[in-house]
Design a protein around this ligand. Structure first.
Ligand SMILES: Nc1ncnc2c1ncn2[C@@H]1O[C@H](COP(=O)(O)OP(=O)(O)O)[C@@H](O)[C@H]1O
Ligand SMILES: [Mg+2]
Length: 384
């Protein structure tokens, strides 16, 4: 039969064994795939579920070759990986999606922003910060945002400066300077693009951030007007099409006070702002990503119920062997879907799990999510 597939459907290699990979492994198993995870920490969150983990660094060419030999296609759950070994593997015929060239482009925030500018994708004005001096910052003008070109995540690598007095807090690393955006909301659109160029977008979501710049409260769908939602979807789609990406992409955007949509950044992977899709949408972002990289048809992105999501972060005042309190009370609330990531040690603000609350309307979903946040605490044995 021309259309028959073997078992397993595919052997999927995943670079990075964190929570995103863990949730991807679960989806992969549902689709009849097997998984091998590459991560330096034995028994990583994804390794526990995959059943097979290669213990090694993301940059280790030998371990990457071992991963390639054991799998049919390779993908990743983080963007901070060396791309040269991936490019070498790809030129030798190994299937890696999204493509290593795309990863190289977006893992440097300056080349990413230049790409947006070249392709007419609206984004805040920026410049390369060639010299990190008070004069250079003043010449660009305040308020500004200094961003490390590489290695940032969850706000590490971002410094917001209101005026010259903030220069003392500048990051001593290769950077870009960006115009501070007075955003009324931060929103995100998850876009899936298949190998044949077919695209599907999830409805825009609204993101609130903590002081630590970790996603704090996600509301899906975003409470924005229909015109802004359509504009956000169009821009997110255009971004992923311009990148020629295959897989799932998280496109983070600002909705400005005067109604413009500006792209902040794009993540070449599943995204924290898409966790609600597991319960709230017909096809979740993890399965969708696999469908894309395996060349299978994409699924419906329709959202069935309003959802609010919170991350469960490690208590700021302790670390070590983790305990969770409030779990029983939280699970007793209707609509609460709890995910723990299998991390047995905690540290301040570490992402230990998340909770998605489904309800008939977004306001009650949100209220329950806030209630869960107040109930659940994840603490470590050692007080800091
Ligand atoms: N130009 C900007 N104007 C205003 N706030 C910004 C700007 N750029 C980033 N931020 C804030 O900093 C956060 C983190 O920046 P981002 O570039 O998304 O870095 P990360 O890679 O850590 O997610 C954003 O979610 C937003 O709250
Ligand atoms: Mg971001």
């Amino acid at each position: 039969m021309a259309d028959s597939l073997p078992f397993p459907i595919a052997r999927v290699g995943i670079i990075g064994g964190g929570q995103l990979a863990r949730m991807m492994v679960k989806a992969a198993k549902r689709l009849g795939c097997t998984c091998v995870v590459l991560d330096p920490t034995p028994d990583s969150p994804a390794g526990q579920v995959a059943g097979r983990q290669i213990v090694g660094g993301y940059h280790d060419a030998d371990k990457l070759r071992e991963l390639a030999a054991a799998t049919d296609v390779i993908t990743y759950d983080l963007e901070h990986i060396a791309t040269e070994p991936l490019m070498a593997l790809a030129s030798g015929g190994v299937r890696i999606q999204p493509a290593p060239e795309l990863l190289a482009l977006v893992q440097d925030k300056l080349t990413q922003k230049r790409f947006f500018a070249q392709h007419g994708i609206p984004t805040a004005d920026f410049t390369a910060a060639d010299s990190l001096t008070p004069e250079a910052f003043a010449a660009f003008g305040f308020p500004l945002v200094q961003k490390a070109r590489r290695g940032g995540y969850d706000g590490r690598g971002v410094a917001v400066m209101r005026g010259p007095e903030d220069f003392d807090r500048h990051l001593p690393v290769p950077s870009l300077l960006e115009r501070f955006v007075a955003a009324s909301k931060e929103i995100a659109v998850i876009v899936a693009r298949g190998a044949d160029g077919t695209c599907r977008c999830y409805p825009p979501v609204e993101m609130g951030f903590s002081d630590q710049n970790v996603l704090d409260l996600l509301l899906a769908p975003a409470a924005i007007d229909a015109a802004a939602a359509e504009r956000a979807r169009d821009i997110a789609l255009k971004t992923v099409q311009a990148l020629n990406g295959v897989g799932v992409f998280g496109v983070e955007m600002f909705l400005t006070d005067d109604g413009d949509v500006l792209v902040n950044e794009v993540a070449p992977r599943t995204h924290n702002s898409g966790h609600h899709t597991i319960e709230a949408c017909v096809t979740d972002q993890f399965e969708q990503h696999l469908r894309a990289v395996l060349g299978l048809p994409l699924g419906s992105t329709e959202q069935l119920r309003p959802a609010a999501m919170i991350n469960l972060l490690g208590d700021p005042a302790s670390q070590g062997a983790a305990r969770i309190s409030g779990m029983r009370q939280a699970l007793a609330i209707d609509g609460v879907c709890l995910h723990l990531y299998g991390k047995d040690t905690t540290k301040p603000h570490r992402k230990m799990g998340h909770v998605t609350v489904l309800d008939h309307d977004i306001d009650s979903a949100r209220a329950k999510a806030e209630q869960v946040r107040a109930l659940i605490k994840i603490t470590g044995e050692e007080t800091l």
